[in-house]
Design a binder for this molecule. Structure first.
Ligand SMILES: Cc1cc2nc3c(=O)[nH]c(=O)nc-3n(C[C@H](O)[C@H](O)[C@H](O)COP(=O)(O)OP(=O)(O)OC[C@H]3O[C@@H](n4cnc5c(N)ncnc54)[C@H](O)[C@@H]3O)c2cc1C
Length: 237
């Protein structure tokens, strides 16, 4: 796997405890939407048992001139150090790798199911598909605690306005009164409400291990063939 040293060039808070980190993109770096990389801190001022490396989905579209990742800041030394890394600092970046990428047959719809920060690989897929006006229908079920926790909600709404084949179904567990979308967890009832022919699409699930396992079981109980379900779970959530 290719290994690079890349510089942090920007950091943006985009939702509660959720930070987007932007890095310089190495010359000639290419990847498929949905792939990930290993990010390793160089000489961090503190470490813990979790170590100095984490894997992150590449948030950017392959067309972007920079490389971005997004994460929820939790209590690990890795996240503390990353969150305070001065702009211009370097990290090691090993990738791209991974096979959590969309199927190639554009006539088969893709149902993307994201829990919280599990949006990361899908955001890359959706941006690339909309930038290239791809003919593949994309349905994104995006579950969050509240609007304030939901990263890229405005950008995804805009993508839906601009690309008729992309449908966003956002749902909040504990929405405030201003929220007009779906309420509660992503369930079989919610999926059936928007997907009329359940047998046609391929299904992709990304989020915490508990969320991924639960939704995978839900899809199987709904009669979806197991080979039509692809999953990526984010340990540590
Ligand atoms: C392919 C892939 C892509 C990923 N992409 C992203 C991404 O885009 N954004 C993102 O935020 N995260 C992503 N992750 C997860 C990421 O690598 C970290 O594991 C996560 O962000 C938690 O890191 P942390 O430092 O906050 O917590 P950690 O220090 O890693 O762990 C937090 C807590 O979880 C527990 N824990 C750690 N690992 C496990 C495990 N395997 N099983 C059960 N409990 C465990 C720890 O004991 C601790 O209590 C990805 C993981 C994979 C495998």
């Amino acid at each position: 796997m290719p290994l690079y040293k890349i510089k942090l060039i920007d950091r943006q808070a985009i939702a509660i405890q959720t930070i987007k980190f932007v890095f310089e993109k190495p010359l000639g770096f290419t990847f498929k939407p949905g792939q990930y990389a290993g990010v390793t801190l160089i000489n961090p001022p503190e470490t813990d048992a979790g170590g100095i490396t984490r894997r992150f989905s590449i948030l950017s579209s392959p067309d972007d001139t920079e490389l971005a990742i997004v994460t929820r800041i939790q209590s690990s030394a890795f996240k503390r150090v990353l969150n305070q890394l001065p702009l211009g600092s370097e990290v090691k970046f090993a990738g791209p790798t991974g096979t959590f990428t969309l199927h190639e047959d554009q006539s088969i719809p893709a149902v993307l199911i994201a829990g919280g920060i599990g949006i990361a690989p899908f955001y890359s897929m959706i941006r690339y598909a909309t930038q290239h006006r791809q003919s593949q229908p994309l349905y994104l079920f995006y579950g969050n605690q509240s609007i304030q926790h939901a990263a890229f909600l405005n950008e995804l709404s805009d993508a839906q306005q601009n690309h008729s084949l992309f449908k966003l179904i956002a749902t909040m567990d504990t929405p405030d009164s201003a929220w007009q979308g779906e309420h509660g967890y992503i369930t079989s009832t919610l999926i059936k409400k928007y997907i009329s022919d359940l047998a046609q699409p391929n299904y992709y699930i990304c989020g915490s291990p508990v969320m991924v396992t639960t939704l995978q079981e839900t899809l199987v109980e709904m009669g979806i063939e197991e080979e039509k379900i692809r999953v990526e779970d984010f340990p540590g959530y």
